[in-house]
Design a protein. Structure first.
Length: 985
């Protein structure tokens, strides 16, 4: 039995966390807390593993004070002596409920830390057949909690008693994996294990063991925090009894820690405001599961008349009350919900509705709490200052030069435009005098024509002052463009005349430039349009985001642009390509295939050298972060980042390293420009066109909060218009794309061996080649077949060959590539088939995909009976949640109709195009109305790459059966075999 939990992301965990609590600015709270988590990530695994004698026939009962009653005592005595203990435990008689009957048992009362230590030492679930139920349970319980800690699913909280407080840790239940793991051990409690549930039950045991493990580990590592000011609050002494004094201090730290988890739960409250009359409203609270879409009234949760899947009602109540307590700090009226009689509604007038909409919206947004407003109020208007700009006739050519130049200096706009100022309410433009008459003595929500208008006295005074005494700051090219395209400038609505509109039209017009002459291949029509778009924008000094759907050929479009730059002499310095490790091989192969005229160098590995004479230098995000000082010294003609979602978090060291590099041109490539939050888009634009979307705070104020929290479609449209010239996003489902695409697109996905794989590959190759050289005839052929199988398995995953060890994606280049591609497929709401020749590899892939992506793939293999096979096919074809099916090639290669899939992944190749096509045809056949993307995994530098090249280069091999293909290899000389199977660069 295993516990599959995906590791928590430290960067995302601390994304919203400020440096220090209020009033403690000279400390280093965030740094020390993140250091603690990094320590757990790096050193916690197996920290407590030791050799202990299993107490198989020993029962352990949890007492009402948290200690354990151990009986019989003989095995425990032996265990204590094995640890060098000279202490003699005193036997006691306890009345214990056994199988429903009270029995007097003789045993020891043992402190919980001794029992905790004992069970923490096992790094596996033993599940002995002769183990007592309580022994097997505590073994499983401890293993599960340790895995939760190892995967970083814990958060610090303040526990206060009067004027004293402690920092304790709780399990962070924002993962279905974690919730399932906890529910699993809770449901498995042996009947007689807990002697008094009311005084000391499962929840207290869980909290005690969690904190014991965390604090013991921190105590062991305490010397690492010797000089840290803030660490003292998070690291207890060995007895775990250190308290701190001060109500204000406790509140400051508690509010600061709230920032870790607020807004990140799957279970969230939702505010719904109901309209009773024109001035009578009512606040109700819903509870929703963001993963499943389930939603219920909070009163039904308390009454236990409804339930959420995988959660107990008490767990839901705990999560919701934690979040509502946070909001109640800023909206005290909410405390009525916590009265003993649980008042589940709050009556309010229009101004109290205004308070929720305006005054606490920031805190609701931070907590990811949506507000549903009644019809009529759901599109509240706020007055806006408005500018109308007319280009001065004498400055028309100057404005055109500014917009089309590569300069970054600011220009005084009053020299270019004549401005007039009004106040806008909806589509109406009012003079200052008209507006002042309308809003005199107004506060809160007022009715204007058919709209509700939000008036705040303080903000209203600022608005009037802004129009009476406008202050327009100087703007550079990017800022002028953003203002024009988004119709927004310095918090003013920005309208302009036809003359300026014509300048913008010329700017965004794509030039008709031919593809590079030396390109080896033909661009599809939509790819040629993408190439021209890139060329035009970059020629005019803009960075670009190529955001085409996966499989549409972002890479070849960018390579075509690089090649064109080389042909025209514009590539005066090297181009830097930064990508995930899994894509290094793809870039090398794609450039070699389509643009062999481009000299390419890979900057990776232990002995890496920066070859500045190359046209293109390819490296990874990790290497860039490590070697940032060296790389940023080099002059770059352009910088291209692939899988640009890797810089979605602007605070990470990786993102900051990427943005330190100076280049004349910047291109971002991503199939998912926004995964979770709009600030991810800001971070990408901050890379390609710095300053265009303002600072991150400006962006949040102007776009992120209005769009994400208040669903303001007009703001979303402004953002779309602002970014549209610089981001190209086409989907496979677009009508203009479907006609350009062949029905089946075959993509070679090149992977590198990891260090573990490379060492194992070389060792096995050397050993078996030594054996082959000593044999002849049938014995030699048999040994060659053994070599082929072994190296195939190593290329797949070391675990498949070794049958033990690390089963994660991190030790296999193919597995890393699989997770990356499958993640994109699932994000596009598509389905995929994954073919492998080996059933055991299918099991490994199933585990990896579950660990990394939280999916449970269907697995179609030869051991299934007919009914099971039919059920799997039906599930995949008809169930929208069944997105991934793994198939062993022999079982699933023929006779199946799986047209629900639009992607096929060949994890290991059969060396026979006919067999490969038969497998692909499970989805690419009659009834398939979508384009199919076929991904072929090939490990670079290995026999897989060489055999694939042989098949492609020698047409006579194309139809050779796989057995015959392997047979041909067996007839080669030792030298020829070694040449094929040896590792290349």
């Amino acid at each position: 039995m295993s516990v599959n939990i995906k590791k928590n992301n430290i960067d995302e965990l601390f994304l919203n966390l400020t440096e220090n609590p209020v009033g403690m600015e000279n400390k280093d709270f965030r740094l020390q807390l993140s250091t603690i988590y990094q320590l757990f990530e790096d050193e916690f695994e197996d920290a407590f593993v030791g050799k202990n004698t299993p107490l198989r026939n020993t029962n352990m009962y949890l007492l009402e004070n948290g200690d354990f009653f151990v009986t019989p005592t003989n095995n425990f005595d032996f265990y204590a002596k094995s640890k060098g203990s000279l202490f003699r435990f005193r036997s006691e008689i306890k009345e214990i409920d056994v199988d429903g009957n009270k029995q007097d048992l003789i045993g020891y009362v043992i402190k919980q830390d001794i029992i905790f230590d004992y069970f923490a030492s096992f790094n596996e679930i033993l599940n002995f057949e002769d183990g007592t139920p309580t022994f097997n349970y505590l073994n499983r319980f401890a293993y599960t909690v340790i895995k939760i800690v190892e995967k970083l699913h814990f958060i610090p909280v303040v526990k206060q008693t009067e004027n004293l407080f402690q920092i304790k840790y709780e399990i962070y239940k924002n993962s279905k994996d974690v919730t399932n793991a906890i529910n699993s051990i809770k449901s498995a409690i042996p009947a007689d294990f807990i002697t008094n549930e009311d005084k000391y039950g499962f929840n207290k045991l869980l909290a005690s063991f969690l904190n014991y493990i965390i604090f013991k580990f921190l105590h062991i590592k305490a010397t690492k925090f010797k000089d840290a000011k803030a660490a003292v609050y998070f690291i207890k002494d060995a007895s775990n009894k250190r308290f701190f004094r001060g109500n204000d201090l406790a509140l400051a730290i508690s509010e600061w820690l709230d920032e870790i988890y607020i807004g990140k739960y799957n279970i969230l409250p939702e505010f719904e405001i109901l309209k009773l009359t024109d001035d009578e409203y009512q606040l109700k609270i819903n509870v929703k599961n963001t993963h499943t879409g389930e939603k219920h009234r909070i009163e039904d949760i308390y009454a236990e008349t409804v339930h959420f899947e995988n959660y107990t009602n008490q767990e839901i109540v705990d999560l919701i009350e934690k979040q509502l307590t946070y909001v109640a700090r800023y909206y005290p009226e909410l405390e009525e919900f916590f009265d003993e009689d649980h008042q589940f509604e709050l009556n309010m007038n229009l101004n109290e509705v205004y308070k929720i909409i305006a005054q606490i919206s920031y805190y609701l947004q931070k907590a990811s709490i949506d507000v549903i407003l009644p019809e009529g109020i759901d599109n509240i208007i706020t007055p806006r200052a408005s500018i109308n700009a007319r280009v001065k006739a004498s400055r028309m050519s100057e404005l055109r030069d500014i917009i089309t130049s590569n300069g970054a200096s600011a220009t005084a706009l009053n020299d270019l435009f004549d401005f007039s100022y009004t106040i806008a309410i909806g589509d109406d433009k009012l003079s200052v005098e008209e507006y002042e008459a309308l809003t005199k003595n107004a506060q809160g929500l007022i009715k204007y024509k058919d709209h509700y208008v939000l008036i705040d006295k303080e903000e209203n005074a600022k608005l009037i002052e802004k129009v009476k005494n406008p202050k327009i700051t100087d703007k550079n090219k990017m800022e002028i463009l953003h203002a024009a395209l988004s119709s927004q400038m310095d918090d003013y609505d920005f309208d302009y005349d036809e003359a300026f509109a014509n300048i913008l039209k010329d700017l965004t017009k794509t030039e008709d430039v031919p593809p590079p002459e030396s390109l080896k291949g033909v661009l599809r029509p939509y790819q040629e349009r993408g190439f021209k778009w890139l060329h035009t924008n970059i020629k005019k000094g803009f960075g670009c985001c190529m955001a085409d759907d996966m499989g549409l050929g972002k890479t070849i479009q960018v390579i075509s642009f690089i090649l064109k730059q080389k042909e025209t002499g514009a590539l005066k310095q090297p181009a830097l390509v930064v990508c995930p490790t899994t894509l290094l091989g793809n870039w090398v192969k794609e450039i070699k295939h389509f643009a062999p005229a481009i000299k390419t160098s890979v900057y990776h590995g232990i002995e890496r050298q920066l070859d500045t004479k190359a046209d293109v230098i390819i490296t990874t995000y990790a290497i860039l972060r490590i070697d940032i000082e060296q790389i940023k010294k080099q002059k770059w003609s352009m910088m291209i980042i692939d899988e640009a979602q890797n810089i979605k978090n602007p605070d990470t060291s990786q993102t900051q390293a990427v943005k330190q590099i100076k280049a004349d041109t910047k291109i971002a490539m991503t199939g998912t420009p926004v995964e979770n939050k709009l600030t991810e888009l800001w971070s990408i634009f901050d890379f390609i066109n710095r300053g265009y979307l303002g600072s991150i705070r400006d962006f949040q104020k102007s776009y992120a909060i209005p769009i994400e929290k208040f669903k303001q479609s007009n703001r979303a449209e402004k953002l779309r218009l602002a970014i549209s010239p610089f981001i190209l996003r086409r989907l496979k489902t677009d009508k203009s794309i479907i006609t350009d695409l062949p029905d089946k697109v075959v993509l070679n996905e090149y992977c590198y061996l990891t260090k573990t794989q490379a060492a194992l590959y070389q060792s096995v190759l050397d050993n078996l080649m030594s054996d082959i050289s000593k044999l002849n005839g049938i014995n030699r052929r048999g040994m060659i077949f053994k070599l082929i199988t072994a190296l195939k398995q190593i290329c797949n995953h070391p675990y498949q060959y070794l049958k033990s060890g690390d089963i994660s994606k991190d030790v296999s280049g193919k597995a890393e590539q699989l997770v990356s591609i499958t993640k994109q497929i699932l994000e596009n709401d598509e389905k995929t088939l994954i073919f492998t020749q080996y059933k055991e590899m299918g099991n490994i892939l199933s585990t990896i995909l579950n660990d990394e992506l939280g999916v449970n793939p269907l697995f179609f293999h030869g051991s299934l009976n007919r009914t099971q096979r039919e059920d799997l096919i039906k599930d995949f074809q008809e169930n929208k949640d069944s997105n991934v099916m793994i198939l062993s090639l022999k079982a699933g290669g023929t006779g199946l109709n799986l047209t629900a899939a639009t992607n096929v992944i060949h994890y290991d190749l059969w060396w026979n195009p006919a067999v490969e096509d038969q497998a692909t045809d499970r989805t690419y056949r009659i009834g398939q109305d979508k384009n199919v993307m076929v991904h072929r995994f090939i490990t670079l530098g290995t026999f897989e790459e060489k055999i694939d090249e042989m098949i492609n280069n020698k047409k006579d091999l194309a139809n050779v059966a796989v057995f015959e293909g392997e047979k041909i290899i067996t007839e080669l000389s030792d030298e020829e075999i070694y040449k094929i199977f040896s590792l290349g660069v």
